[in-house]
Design a protein around this ligand. Structure first.
Ligand code: GLY
Length: 588
């Protein structure tokens, strides 16, 4: 179906139709809060808030610190998205914007580059997998335009973390040990910044100190020279040398020319609230809003009726949730890509008539074959990777300003190719393109030809930084996640828990979750939903039975994303970091 036909069909449809919480992963604050997936990173942001900085200052300091303390997940070798809402900032007034600093295909990229190369694992573990990093340009753009503190202050905690080191926690050890096993003897020798500095030669254990003076020096160069400290000079030379040594095509001009893009966030109405979300090339905003809109029209948890919502997502609602996700992910596969390169029907996919027609096709008694969802068919099945290289942070400041920021290097430790001398791994974001037509990527996602690589194009992402406003325009929630496509399902369920089921932030984040991404056609349940029985708060046995009786195929999954949430109500700010990864919030 062409976009024109889709739009025409829609016209036709329209005509017819403070003190720390007792739980270590959570905290309550009065003025400002940061929830990141590492305690040192949350603390770096909170430090900026205490210095009088705003949410953008805090987000940028948090992100640079994550680059050091979560090198398996994100960092200056990757890219990201930031949604900013400052309703009443003393320096900038009212700001509503989004910054797209997604990594970009180099000038030498071609649509068939991964279909014709002889390199093994080319789109994930060769230097062809590396897209031009955007994090440094994006963070400095955000700081220059919407922050208030100087670069040296913002980068200080990150530089300190690189010099003094951080303590390896369970999440880091798991990622480092898994990655160490993947490296060949030759790779162990020629990648000391990864093998020795970050993986401790495969011997890392919890409590080890991980120092990274090379990255501290790279961050100091950024503090001193701004973007030229990364995209030119010594750090750029390290990046280019690493790419050239491993078959890559990134040039000095690719680095020099990289630019972040400022765009208008998606605005979507859900249950009387306004969702601010990231537009394409993130698929996160469109897919999240489409799924929420369909769920609302299906009467999920009593939405749309005057009756109060049930306290927890009950078994019968779970089918409605899954069906909403199947439609939204089917449309993701067909329609979404970088809008700078092809027409993407963003507004159409989340407009009321389209959501109503999608909801009308849902059978409350039974799930349907994949071809019934969205606008196309496909066929694949592939296991999800153990983890993913992404990290989300949420911030609220004392003026009610908020930042939702998600960043990634794609898979754990990205391409596993470090910029030797600069202490960080280069991303493997090229795998988020359609690399081999008709075949799934590392996350089992089959995507359309719209998402083929082209010079300067940004690969489709699932990152879903999201801010929610009440009817008066006040921020009531900031959320987002890591986990590839599970970002979308994880963020959606945590928001439903907090906003619809009235769960406290700590419980909303900790509650077990499920995942469905349309293809493979399977509902994947976290361990507590697989094994839990009638005693579980969520009544896992009844939930499984409700899904099976409606024809769903069930599967298991370790974790449906890692979500960081801050909510705000009359009593203050409630921040929760996902216990699945070990973060801890900070604030004042
Ligand atoms: N690299 C994961 C994503 O952007 O969706």
């Amino acid at each position: 179906m062409t976009i024109t036909r889709l739009a025409a069909a829609l016209v036709a449809i329209a005509c017819v139709a403070a003190p720390a919480s007792a739980q270590p992963h959570a905290g309550d604050f009065q003025l400002g809060a940061v929830a990141a997936d590492h305690p040192l990173a949350s603390e770096a942001g909170a430090q900026m808030l205490r210095l009088g900085g705003n949410a953008v200052d805090a987000a940028v300091a948090t992100s640079f610190t994550l680059s050091v303390v979560r090198p398996q997940s994100c960092g200056i070798g990757g890219g990201g998205f930031m949604v900013i809402y400052l309703p009443d900032d003393p320096t900038h007034g009212r700001v509503l914007t989004a910054i797209n600093y997604r990594e970009t295909a180099p000038a030498g990229a071609t649509p068939d580059m991964f279909e014709t190369t002889e390199l093994p694992d080319a789109s994930t573990r060769s230097a062809l997998a590396v897209a031009v990093p955007g994090t440094v340009a994006g963070l400095l753009y955000a700081l220059d335009h919407y922050g208030t503190l100087d670069r040296a202050t913002i980068l200080r905690p990150a530089i300190d973390a690189g010099e003094a080191g951080f303590t390896a926690d369970a999440s880091y050890v798991q990622a480092a040990r898994t990655t160490a096993k993947k490296l060949t003897p030759e790779q162990r020798t020629d990648r000391p910044a990864l093998w020795e500095t970050l993986l401790h030669e495969g011997q890392i254990t919890e409590g080890d100190l991980v120092r990274n003076p090379q990255q501290a020096a790279a961050l100091a160069a950024i503090a001193e020279h701004g973007r030229d400290g990364f995209y030119a000079g010594t750090v750029a030379e390290h990046i280019l040398r690493a790419c050239a040594a491993h078959g890559g095509i990134i040039t000095a001009a690719d680095l020099r020319d990289y630019q972040p893009a400022e765009i208008k966030p998606l605005l979507f109405t859900f249950d009387g609230k306004t969702i601010l979300a990231m537009p394409p090339p993130s698929s996160g905003g469109v897919t999240l809003c489409e799924a929420l809109g369909i769920a609302e029209r299906l009467g999920y948890a009593g939405l749309g009726s005057p009756a109060p919502n049930p306290p927890a997502p009950g078994p019968d609602n779970t089918h409605l949730l899954v069906e909403s996700l199947k439609h939204a992910f089917a449309d993701r596969a067909e329609w979404l890509a970088d809008p700078a390169f092809c027409a993407v029907p963003t507004d159409t996919l989340i407009c009321a008539p389209y959501l109503t027609v999608r909801a009308a096709t849902v059978d409350p008694a039974h799930t349907q074959p994949p071809a019934s969802y969205g606008t196309r068919n496909g066929d694949t099945a592939r296991a999800l990777p153990e983890d993913s290289g992404t990290s989300h942070l949420s911030v609220i400041d004392q003026w009610g300003g908020a930042v939702a920021c998600t960043e990634t290097i794609n898979l754990e430790f990205g391409s596993m190719i470090p910029a030797e001398g600069a202490g960080f791994c280069l991303n493997n974001e090229m795998d988020d393109f359609t690399t081999i037509r008709g075949q799934p990527n590392a996350f089992g996602l089959v995507q359309s030809d719209r998402n083929l690589p082209q010079p300067g194009k940004r690969p489709l992402s699932s990152m879903s930084p999201t801010i929610v406003l009440d009817a008066h325009g006040q921020v009531i929630a900031v959320a987002g996640a890591s986990g590839g496509p599970r970002i979308i399902t994880g963020t959606m369920q945590v928001l439903l828990n907090a906003l619809v089921h009235d769960m406290p932030a700590a419980d909303a984040v900790a509650a077990p979750r499920l995942h469905h991404q349309w293809m493979p056609d399977q509902v994947r349940l976290e361990p507590r939903l697989c094994a839990g029985g009638p005693d579980e708060a969520t009544n896992a046995a009844a939930l499984r039975e409700a899904l099976i009786s409606r024809g769903h195929t069930l599967g298991a999954i370790d974790a449906v994303g890692v979500v960081q949430l801050i909510t705000r109500d009359d009593s203050g700010l409630h921040a929760a970091c996902d216990p699945r990864k070990g973060g801890r919030p900070a604030g004042h």
